[in-house]
Design a protein around this ligand. Structure first.
Ligand SMILES: C[C@@](CO)(OP(=O)(O)O)[C@H](O)COP(=O)(O)OP(=O)(O)OC[C@H]1O[C@@H](n2ccc(N)nc2=O)[C@H](O)[C@@H]1O
Ligand SMILES: Nc1ncnc2c1ncn2[C@@H]1O[C@H](COP(=O)(O)OP(=O)(O)O)[C@@H](O)[C@H]1O
Length: 285
């Protein structure tokens, strides 16, 4: 997607996708939210959020997503949350250039929200700390805090208790089955595993196999995900990310990843991307 007629004074900020390299569900809170343990890594697949500050306090989204009301768009919700928390009277024009497939377990909406919080905190001079932005972000979605934290992380709680973790330099082939998985439906599924033993990971384990506790029920409910997973498993230990629908394979080298990509891209929407050492805005003040 490219944007026509962007004003020259709009600033561009990247919003990368994430993968969950493992995901264990260890319990459930009283409010129904699930306790999980997951390793997040950022990957080189990006939305770009273009932002121009306004003096009149209005938040205007110029790029509507089909089926998502402007006020429900996570980029708008993030801007409004920061206005409210900071008391700023400034506003913003927003253009979100989407490249991350939606509802694929790649965290695109959450990443857009995090990028808006980080960018507007700078443009509006609102000076919230990263921790304050993470707390704000958590109210928008369980996946938002890690994008503000900015480092590949081991996460517990509902995804907000974060410890930086070292992930090997890897390439990833990501395949998007042509189906939308309803996250809440999977979290509510009667056969979902919810009793994995807690663990603490500080160095990413190279030992295979890694596991995603949501994968079995998603494959049961969505045969398209099961089919994409079996196809990718022909090349190695493929896994699903988050609540799906995307599945991925980690490869040690770019050339290995490109070979797999060439084979699956004729059948599926697919991406061949490098893992990132950190979020591109991790040093933004
Ligand atoms: C599964 C994960 C793994 O990274 O990612 P995605 O596949 O969505 O990207 C996340 O935990 C998803 O986070 P996010 O997509 O932000 O979810 P939210 O909007 O906060 O929640 C959507 C719904 O899922 C359920 N939910 C979500 C998170 C959680 N820890 N327990 C839950 O039970 C709740 O029913 C909630 O209403
Ligand atoms: N800026 C946004 N980008 C993507 N999705 C958004 C956005 N704002 C709201 N949404 C809604 O959030 C849903 C989940 O999107 P996304 O975060 O991309 O997927 P996932 O949670 O599976 O990783 C979308 O299907 C859409 O309805």
């Amino acid at each position: 997607m490219t944007l026509q007629n962007l004003p020259a004074d709009a600033q561009a900020f990247l919003a990368p996708a994430k993968l969950n390299l493992m995901l264990h569900i260890t319990g459930r809170r009283d409010d129904g939210y699930h306790l999980l343990e997951t390793v997040f890594t950022f990957i080189g697949l990006y939305d770009t959020v273009h932002i121009r500050s306004r003096n009149d306090g209005q938040i205007v989204l110029h790029t509507l997503i089909d089926g998502v009301d402007a006020e429900q768009d996570l980029s708008v919700r993030a801007a409004r949350a920061l206005q409210q928390a900071s008391g700023s009277t400034l506003g913003a024009d927003l253009w979100v250039e989407k490249n991350i497939p939606m509802g694929g377990g790649l965290g695109g909406g959450s990443s857009d929200a995090a990028t808006v919080l980080l960018a507007l905190n700078q443009l509006w001079h609102t000076q919230l700390t990263r921790q304050q932005l993470m707390d704000l972000g958590l109210k928008l979605g369980a996946d938002v805090p890690v994008f503000i934290f900015g480092q590949n992380s081991f996460a517990s709680g509902i995804g907000e208790v974060l410890t930086e973790v070292s992930v090997p330099n890897q390439w990833y082939v990501v395949v998007k089955p042509n189906v939308h998985v309803a996250t809440a439906k999977i979290f509510g599924h009667e056969r979902l595993t919810r009793d994995s033993a807690p663990s603490i990971i500080r160095v990413f384990p190279r030992v295979q196999p890694l596991r995603n506790d949501m994968q079995a029920v998603v494959c049961e409910e969505y045969p398209e995900v099961a089919a994409a997973l079996s196809r990718l498993k022909q090349f190695g230990a493929a896994m699903m990310t988050g609540s799906g629908a995307c599945v991925f394979l980690a490869c040690e080298t770019e050339s290995a990843a490109r070979e797999v990509y060439a084979q699956v891209a004729t059948e599926y929407e697919a991406y061949c991307v490098a893992g990132l050492d950190q979020h591109p805005l991790s040093t933004l003040k």
